[in-house]
Write a protein that binds this ligand. Sequence first.
Ligand code: HEC
Length: 123
Amino acid sequence: MKKSIVIPVAFFVLIVTVGSCSKDNEEDQPGNDNCVTENMSFAGNIQPILNANCTTCHNPNLLNGNVNLTTYDGVKVVADNGKLVGVINHSPGFPPMPQSGGKLSDCNIDKIEAWISQGKQNN
Ligand code: HEC
């Protein structure tokens, strides 16, 4: 008898919790639905994100992880080997980046992933 009450109650709590979490995220990131990811330009869209969040630690003078994010060629290496997408998504098996900083916004992650799926153009 007890079990038949506990399970529906637990389910209800789970749904309410999950529901409120996703609502919080939407509130935290207004305008995320307006994130433009079409026709990504390396120079216009991607390099500025990296310059703002990554190049203090990944430049020719400070090659942490042997990664240089100040040039197209350097970025392409980690885009090709999957490390760029792994680190910015904080995926298991990758050191989360930016190191000791907050995760990139969903929109910036979407833009980087879009640039990769659009052929990693040097444009
Ligand atoms: C505060 C310094 C710092 C910042 C900022 C930073 N990184 Fe790193 N990054 C490191 C260090 C240190 C390593 C080497 C860590 C390791 O291998 O565990 C590293 C390693 C990496 C690697 C190689 C991972 C691997 O598995 O070999 C990639 C790719 C990377 N960073 C990308 C980024 C990107 C993209 C950003 C910005 C979104 C960023 N980093 C910001 C310090 C930083």
